[in-house]
Ligand binder design. Structure first.
Ligand code: THG
Length: 369
C-alpha cells in the first residue's frame, strides 16, 4: 500500500497531545471537527486485542465541545434534539440525535448538563456550532455559544478502572455510567465522565487546564505501567463489533434517526419543542424504507472508502455498506450497512464485490457483540 502523509496547517488543528502521540508512534490520522484525530498506532488488530485486555490512553480532543450558556440555553439545546431532556439532571451525559427541521440527522453528540443554564454538546464530526448559532440568532435567544478549549483524554479498557482509582482515588469508583463529576489531580480539578467510544469500559477526562492535562497525560503512562498501558485511539474493529455508530460514515444528514435505530432517543409524545418534530411524526406514521443493520461477510479483508453496494442473488442493489473491517474475533468482515426494506431482515443474503471478486454475506442485528 502506498503511504501518504497528511499536510498540517492551521485549518487542520493539532491537539495539545499531538507532539506526545507522535513520539509514541501514531501511524495514521483522520480529520475530525477540523482537528487531527489519531486513527492507528501500528496494527489495528493488535490495538483492538490490547484494548480488550488492558488500558489505553486516547487523544480524542477532536470531540469538541459546543458550550451553550444563558437563560435560554435549555430551550436551545432541547430545540436541537428529539430526545426529551426535560427531566435531565446536572452531572449526567445524554446521547442525543441532533436533527434539522426535516428530521435529517445533523450529529449524534453526547450532551452534558453542567447546570440548567450551562451545557456542553460533545460533538461528532459536523459543524454543530454554526447550526446552534444560526438558531439562536433566528430565535433571538439569550445565549452565548462558543467552542471552549477543552481537550478530551479517554482512558479505555478493562484496566482503566483500577488505573483511574490509583490516580484519582477511591471516589472515582462511585461514578456511574454516563455520570460525571470533578476530580482533583495535583491541585487541579478535572471534569471526568464514565464514558468513551468503546464498549471496553472507561472514562473521559475533559481537560480544560492544558498544563495540568499534559502533566496528567504523562502521569497516566507512568502509573499505567503495571497495567501495560499503551497509547491508542478509537479502534475501527472494536467500534464496529460494538455497534458504535460514526456520524459521516454510517449516517449523515440524508438519514433520519429512525433509520439509524435511534428509536429510544426519539420522544414524540411529550410537549417538548424541537425542530423536525412534525416531520418525525410523519416518518413514524409512514414507516421507514431503509435501516442501518449489521452485515457479516465471508471475506478476509475490506477497505471501505465511500460506500459499497450490497446486491441480492439477481444483482439488484438492496443496500449499501458504509463501514467495514475484518474482525479477527469473528473471522469475517463485519460491516454497518443501510439496507432497503424488506431486505433488512436478519439472515437476508447479500452479495458484495471486493477487488473484483464476489463474496457472500448475511444481515444481522447491531451490535455484533
Ligand atoms: N465521547 C464524547 N464525545 C463524543 C463521543 C464520545 N462525541 C462524538 C461521538 N463520540 C458521539 N457518538 C457516540 C456514539 C455512541 C456513544 C457515545 C458517543 C455511546 N453509546 C453507548 C452505547 O451505544 O451503548 C451508550 C448510549 C446510551 O445508552 O446512552 O457511548 O465517545 N465525549
Amino acid at each position: 500500500m502506498k503511504i501518504f502523509s497528511i499536510a498540517k496547517s492551521r485549518r487542520l488543528r493539532s491537539s495539545p497531545y499531538t507532539s506526545r502521540i507522535e513520539k509514541q508512534g501514531v501511524t495514521a490520522y483522520t480529520a475530525y471537527n477540523h482537528m487531527l484525530l489519531p486513527s492507528a498506532f501500528g496494527s489495528i488488530e493488535d490495538s483492538c486485542d490490547h484494548l480488550k485486555k488492558n488500558v489505553q490512553i486516547w487523544d480524542v480532543a477532536g470531540e469538541r465541545q459546543v458550550e451553550i450558556i444563558g437563560n435560554d440555553s435549555s430551550k436551545l439545546v432541547q430545540l436541537m434534539t428529539c430526545r426529551d431532556l426535560s427531566k435531565s439532571k446536572d452531572g449526567r451525559c445524554y446521547y442525543c440525535p441532533i436533527i434539522d427541521d426535516k428530521g435529517g440527522l445533523i450529529n449524534d453528540p453526547i450532551i452534558l448538563r453542567l447546570n440548567i443554564n450551562r451545557w456542553w454538546i460533545s460533538v461528532a464530526d459536523s459543524d454543530v456550532i454554526l447550526f446552534a448559532k444560526g438558531l439562536a440568532i433566528g430565535k433571538k435567544f439569550d445565549v452565548e455559544i462558543s467552542e471552549p478549549d477543552v481537550n478530551i483524554l479517554a482512558v479505555q479498557g478493562p484496566k482503566s478502572f483500577k488505573l483511574m482509582e490509583n490516580v484519582f482515588g477511591n471516589e472515582i469508583t462511585k461514578l456511574k455510567f454516563f455520570g460525571f463529576d470533578y476530580f482533583e489531580f495535583k491541585g487541579t480539578r478535572h471534569l471526568i465522565a464514565q464514558s468513551g467510544w468503546s464498549k471496553q469500559g472507561g472514562y473521559e477526562i475533559y481537560v480544560e487546564n492544558t498544563n495540568s492535562g499534559l502533566e496528567l497525560y504523562d502521569y497516566l503512562f507512568e502509573a499505567g505501567k503495571e497495567f501495560d498501558v499503551k497509547p491508542g485511539c478509537p479502534n475501527l474493529i472494536e467500534r464496529i463489533e460494538s455497534g458504535l455508530l460514526s456520524y459521516g460514515n454510517d449516517m449523515d444528514n440524508n438519514d433520519n434517526p429512525f433509520e439509524c435505530g435511534f428509536d429510544k432517543f426519539i420522544n414524540l409524545d411529550s410537549d417538548i419543542v424541537f425542530l423536525g418534530k412534525e416531520n418525525l411524526k410523519k416518518i413514524k406514521l409512514d414507516g421507514i424504507k431503509r435501516k442501518l443493520m449489521g452485515v457479516q461477510i465471508d471475506a478476509k479483508e475490506i477497505n471501505v472508502s465511500g460506500s459499497i453496494d450490497l446486491n441480492d442473488e439477481n444483482n439488484l442493489k438492496i443496500g449499501e455498506l458504509r463501514s467495514g473491517c475484518y474482525s479477527p474475533h469473528f473471522g469475517k468482515v463485519l460491516g454497518i450497512a443501510m439496507m432497503k426494506k424488506p431486505f433488512w431482515e436478519v439472515s437476508q443474503i447479500v452479495k458484495i464485490q471486493i477487488n473484483n471478486q464476489t463474496f457472500d454475506g448475511k444481515v444481522c442485528d447491531l451490535p455484533f457483540i
